[in-house]
Write a protein that binds this ligand. Structure first.
Ligand SMILES: [Fe+2]
Length: 274
């Protein structure tokens, strides 16, 4: 894994002109419950690849099948649009157990609370108690997803974004997002998720063009930090949501004669558990 700015990053983002900025996020104040800002010199985002996760081909196959068979239409898109399918899972993270127990520090929750983002960070679906198709703890996708979330949690803990002192317990949201081309991975524009940290992990990308991701300085949203495309399974990025905005460009079908275009991404979010 590497802090963004490494060899896999392409700068500037090919779509640097495009993404809108939610103006109310530019001036958004930090949640006082969240940890104090870290050093401005500390990394705020990281890249990971399949080598950073202990997943087998079978694990990836399980995840692919879950996206295909278990996601359902996202009813929360504006205008009744139907380009996104999704499923959801939630874990409890005991940060103190992370170093010794690894994935044992994360416990899948069978009845998680509704997912709510503020209108400030999500003008498209904020201030709504959203529920999604729930993946139960006994589902075979739970273990590979828990392994992915564990690797991300360890990275965040090693960089001080998570710690026993400031974030002893977190809720870890896992969003299984299938985007059908043409579609918008980030209808919110450049945005934060309103969390402590987040990550995105490509599961598969088939017959699509676009989907260029970029990260921006939260306090200077015109300043792009890094632009890249997640191309191979488990290509991933991780970000400190207090310091970074993120955005991904629209995807379109590459070859209309080659069937549907789709992009499956597992999104992980860390929020403080009250
Ligand atoms: Fe997001």
């Amino acid at each position: 894994m590497c802090a963004t700015g490494g060899p896999r990053c392409r700068q500037p983002c090919p779509d640097a002109e495009g993404p809108p900025i939610n103006a109310n996020q530019r001036a958004a104040t930090a949640d006082p419950e969240l940890p104090a800002p870290r050093s401005p010199d500390a990394p705020s985002s990281w890249m990971m690849t399949a080598d950073d996760f202990p997943l087998t081909e079978r694990d990836l196959h399980v995840l692919c099948r879950t996206f295909r068979d278990y996601t359902e239409l996202d009813h929360w898109l504006p205008g009744g649009e139907q380009y996104r399918r999704r499923a959801y899972q939630c874990f409890d993270l005991a940060t103190a157990r992370l170093a010794e127990d690894g994935p044992g520090a994360l416990t899948a929750i069978d009845q998680p609370p509704p997912y709510v983002q503020s209108k400030q960070v999500n003008p498209v679906a904020g201030d709504i108690e959203r529920t999604f198709k729930l993946i139960p703890p006994e589902h075979p996708a739970t273990e590979p997803t828990r392994q992915i979330a564990t690797a991300v949690a360890r990275l965040l803990a090693a960089n001080g974004v998570l710690s026993v002192q400031t974030t002893p317990h977190c809720l870890v949201d896992a969003h299984y997002m299938r985007l059908l081309a043409p579609g918008h991975p980030a209808p919110e524009g450049k945005h934060r998720d309103g969390l402590i940290a987040g990550s995105a992990h490509l599961i598969q990308r088939t017959n699509v063009t676009g989907g260029v991701s970029a990260l921006y300085d939260r306090y200077d949203p015109d300043r792009e930090l890094c632009g890249f495309v997640l191309e191979n399974p488990l290509d991933s990025y991780v970000f400190d949501d207090e310091r970074v905005l993120h955005y991904t460009t629209t995807i379109t079908v590459t070859d209309p004669d080659a069937g549907a275009g789709l992009r499956d991404v597992l999104l992980i979010g860390f929020r403080k558990r009250e």
